[in-house]
Design a binder for this molecule. Structure first.
Ligand code: T4K
Length: 399
């Protein structure tokens, strides 16, 4: 069958794009600062276990986020597990399914049941109106995800949690450097967990942090992330190895030096996409609240196949043929992945908004490795694909 996807070959899969136009190309930070910090690390021969660089990074993070405690960890997945463990959550936790699978896995790993709530079609975040119906005697917490760095409706979530006596925590993997109502993400709920994975706005190669204003909780997190050690030969709690190594902290400190530059590039990239995608029927770039600070790290397109004339998957195929590695984040949704689809089959048909967005959302490349010209070319490909789809449709209609 003729479709726009199998007909188009626009730029011949330009080799100039190879690897450059992938979603997730890392930002590099200040290499000179990184090299200097790594030299010091080798001189001290201190590579991990709460070293000088980790402590310095934690202190910078607290200042930047305006929180009392920010505990560096090896990645956000383990960070979420440690947070759930330290909060002593039991039974069920209400969480969106439209998120990276690590959100659900962290709960399941802690033997908590993720109860998937549907999302708001505009914000893509957990829809507070869908939460109360999912609460029962086994529910212990609500875990929101600030998807694409757009903050959850924290006030509504807090009100529900207070009414039912639940804990609240946030997966803030996407939201480092973002604000909600003037307040930095990091101090909402009992705690918030950031990811500093290589693909994130702020990266430490692998890494993350648990931010909180709760002193007792922070103390417990520190115990758990270091095998439960409270002193030499003294273990006072069940623990794991959630430590961030010094080399990752060096990358974090080097990344701090370039935050403003990266923000500026991300914002320019977003504005360039927005201008170039304007008036292409059926493709719509998600927007960020101009009154709130955001990190502009995710360029998220919604494809309405009825208007665009081609599906999100067809558009992705066209882009990939041109070496533009767009991603279908977070297809097909956690509820349709294992073990959840087998464990909770009744959830499969209960998340209509999640299912619809899983078919429509496409994540486009951004970051410091792209030039405005690259972005214009990506948008030209999208425009040409939509034009070609409309032509094919017209031809088929008159055939
Ligand atoms: N919660 C949420 C909402 C999350 O999005 C994530 C992670 C987590 C929790 C857990 O955080 P961590 O435990 O990871 O700290 C990637 C990342 O691995 C993952 O961290 C991230 N979310 C997710 C959104 O994206 P994949 O499966 O897409 O990875 P992969 O290997 O396909 O790489 C993504 C793209 O980045 C590719 O186009 C290649 C490019 N890339 C990647 C790396 C690592 C590079 O160009 N250079 C690189 O060094 O998950």
């Amino acid at each position: 069958m003729r479709t726009a996807a199998n007909q188009l070959r626009l730029f011949g899969g330009s080799p100039a794009f190879a690897e450059k136009l992938h979603v997730g190309r890392p930002n590099i930070g200040d290499r000179k600062v990184f090299d200097r910090l790594v030299d010091g690390m080798f001189e001290r021969r201190w590579f991990t276990n709460n070293g000088q660089l980790v402590r310095e990074l934690e202190s910078r993070l607290c200042d930047y986020l305006g929180v009392r405690h920010c505990i560096a960890v090896c990645n956000a997945t383990v960070g979420l597990q440690i947070a759930c463990h330290a909060l002593e959550l039991k039974g069920e936790v209400i969480v969106p399914a439209f998120t990276f699978v690590a959100t659900a896995h962290a709960l399941q790993w802690e033997r908590l049941r993720p109860v998937f709530a549907d999302i708001d079609p505009l914000t893509h975040n957990i829809d507070p109106r869908k939460i109360p119906a999912l609460i029962n005697d086994d529910t212990s917490a609500i875990m929101g995800v600030h998807l694409w760095g757009r903050p959850c409706e924290t006030e509504a979530i807090d009100a529900i949690a207070e009414h039912y006596g639940l804990d609240v925590l946030y997966d803030a993997a996407h939201a480092f450097g973002c604000r909600h109502r003037g307040r930095m993400i990091g101090s909402f709920g009992r705690c918030e967990v950031f990811s500093f994975h290589a693909t994130k706005f702020f990266n430490t190669f692998e890494g993350g942090a648990i931010a909180t204003n709760d002193d007792a909780f922070a103390k417990k997190v520190r115990l758990i992330k270091n095998f439960g050690f409270s002193g030499m030969d003294e273990v006072n709690h069940l623990g794991t190895n959630g430590k961030m190594p010094e080399i990752c902290a060096a990358m974090g400190l080097a990344s701090f030096e370039t935050i403003d530059d990266i923000l500026a590039v991300n914002r320019t990239n977003y504005e360039t996409y927005r201008a170039c995608l304007d008036r292409i029927p059926g493709v719509h770039l998600i927007s960020y609240d101009q009154l709130e600070a955001t990190n502009w790290q995710y360029i998220i397109l919604e494809v309405d196949d009825g208007r665009a004339g081609l599906t999100r998957d067809e558009l992705m195929t066209v882009l990939r043929a041109e070496n533009v590695l767009a991603r279908r984040y977070f297809y097909p949704g956690c509820h349709r992945m294992e073990p959840y689809r087998t464990l909770f089959p009744r959830t499969l048909n209960r998340l209509p908004v999640t299912d619809r967005l899983c078919q429509r959302v496409l994540c486009l490349p951004t970051g410091t490795s792209l030039s405005p010209l690259d972005i214009e070319t990506v948008c030209e490909i999208i425009r040409a694909a939509v034009d070609a789809a409309s032509k094919v449709r017209k031809e088929l209609a008159t055939a």
